[in-house]
Design a protein around this ligand. Structure first.
Ligand code: CS2
Length: 495
């Protein structure tokens, strides 16, 4: 079957929308680090609309920091790919044209640094996931002993990490007398703009203090809250889409209808008019981000670990399991919701109801295994900050404790049938060791996990209320199994 590309665009079925603008006349204004499915289904969709509206100087150069896979998918397609919006009523396809170039950093770091330093580049955005920041998730400090950071300190002109790449681009702009680009973190981290700023300054301080002073004075780091559920695309998805397009698309992305982007309005050299495509430009992103991290991502992690252990492959299947669906609701109503300082005018009840419906979306095959990945990097902001606030208020944490017990049981590496779990996490060996060394004793296992300072700060780790609640939940999971413990917890909390 022929590939989707500029030459075959005209052969698409008439009902599939496609870029109606002259892509060849567009120039790159944004370099995006981490061109995975999420970026292609989120920021690139907003940019596609702005290009269509005539803002021609905001096309995207996407960069992969590790594998050439996305470049190999998109290069033969001239950067074109399908956004497949999948909901209860079916799937709508649309071809996106905002990505006009894809680079692979490890193949040619110089090409990427040069792109970052080009005068037309005014924004450098990132979706590199939590672990891509090379920081300690519990404290937020830069990991100076991270192999990529060590490399970037020695070879700042041929960087590997996202931080090193941004710094190299900024260094070259400063040397050339150019204004900086605006670094725009689009990852699920608390205070993502300030976090990125702190880490970049720490890295700059280590080998170029004058650059650090320039960044402090000249570079804004707006915070963002990003939201759209975008599961990894499968071969079955690609085959289904090819059958509808009549063209093969190796770069297609599958996503839900929901789309939200809240951005702090602080840019060094302008930005596309994203607000005309539905983005919210605000002065303070923090309440939006907290609401999303604690309710959406917190529930997601809870459902992923407990759902996986109950034998469910996807979040939709987990939501079809009555007690687990109920537990997500109780988690939001009783434990996470009350800790939030809500954004102005937000409707908490409506937001939670929408989340339940979004998780249950039968059009998405979002694997529990995918969300379970990198828990050590995710849980501090998704569950542990909530637990800290609850404990400070003297409030109970039964559901949070059960979610943490599920994570510990999962990262132990065997499911309830004794089958190996492929645990993906930068700390996987440490987590497996904490589980194994407890020798089946819940309190010992929990004590082993609480010693992992990358995840648990000393205040939380030393709070006996946390240790006791998680030990009690884990005891249930180990003795009775996850499904029975979920039911017992609900009975205890709700009668
Ligand atoms: C998910 C997120 O994989 C995960 O950990 O919780 O990717 C989630 O789907 C997005 O943040 C939704 O905006």
């Amino acid at each position: 079957m022929r590939r989707l590309n500029e030459a075959t665009l005209k052969d698409l079925p008439a009902e599939v929308p496609r870029p109606g603008y002259d892509r060849a006349a567009c120039t790159v204004g944004i370099v995006h680090l981490g061109i995975g499915a999420f970026h292609r289904a989120h920021q690139a969709v907003y940019c596609d609309e702005r290009l269509a509206a005539g803002e021609h100087d905001w096309a995207i150069c996407g960069a992969s920091l590790r594998s050439p896979a996305v470049r190999d998918q998109l290069a033969p397609q001239d950067g074109l790919y399908t956004e497949a919006v999948s909901g209860p009523e079916g799937e709508n396809l649309r071809v996106i044209g905002a990505v006009t170039e894809v680079l692979v950093a490890p193949e040619d770091p110089e090409a990427l640094v040069a792109r970052l330093a080009a005068p037309e580049t005014r924004i450098a955005s990132l979706t590199v996931t939590e672990k891509g920041y090379c920081h300690d998730p519990a404290t937020g400090a830069l990991q100076h002993d991270h192999p990529d950071i060590r490399h970037d300190l020695q070879q700042p002109e041929r960087p590997k990490s996202a931080l090193g790449l941004l710094l190299a681009g900024l260094r070259r702009r400063r040397a050339a007398g150019l204004a900086p680009f605006t670094p725009l973190s689009c990852d699920n981290l608390p205070h993502n703009g300030a976090t990125l700023r702190g880490l970049l300054l720490e890295l700059a301080e280590a080998n170029d203090p004058a650059l650090a002073r320039w960044i402090e004075a000249e570079v804004p780091f707006p915070a963002t809250m990003i939201d759209r559920i975008v599961p990894a695309t499968t071969d079955a998805d690609r085959d289904r889409i090819a059958a509808r397009l009549g063209l093969r698309d190796e770069g297609a992305v599958i996503c839900e209808p929901f789309l939200q982007w809240v951005i702090e309005n602080r840019f060094a050299q302008g930005r596309p008019r994203w607000e005309e495509s539905g983005a919210q430009l605000v002065d303070d992103v923090a309440p939006y981000e907290e609401m999303k991290l604690r309710l959406l991502n917190g529930s997601h992690s809870l459902l992923a670990y407990l759902g996986y252990l109950c034998g469910h492959k996807t979040i939709a299947a987990t939501m079809a399991d009555g007690p687990l669906r109920r537990l997500a609701q109780v988690f939001m109503d009783r434990e996470a919701g009350p800790t939030l300082s809500m954004p102005p005018g937000a409707d908490l009840e409506g937001y939670k109801a929408d989340l339940i419906a979004r998780f249950a979306n039968p059009g998405l095959q979002h694997r529990t295994w995918q969300i379970a990945m990198d828990g050590s990097q995710k849980l501090p902001q998704r569950l542990l900050s909530t637990a800290r606030d609850r404990l400070q208020a003297g409030a109970p944490i039964d559901v949070l404790a059960l979610a943490l017990a599920g994570w510990m049981r999962y990262t132990g590496g065997r499911d309830e049938q004794g089958q190996a779990i492929e645990v993906r996490d930068p700390l996987a060996p440490m987590l497996a060791e904490a589980f194994a060394s407890g020798e089946g004793n819940a309190a010992e296992i929990v004590a082993g996990f609480l010693k992992i300072t990358d995840v648990f700060d000393p205040g939380l780790a030393g709070d006996p209320r946390l240790a006791d609640a998680v030990s009690a939940a884990l005891q249930g999971v180990l003795k009775k199994g996850t499904a029975a413990t979920v039911k017992d917890t609900l009975t205890r909390l709700e009668g």
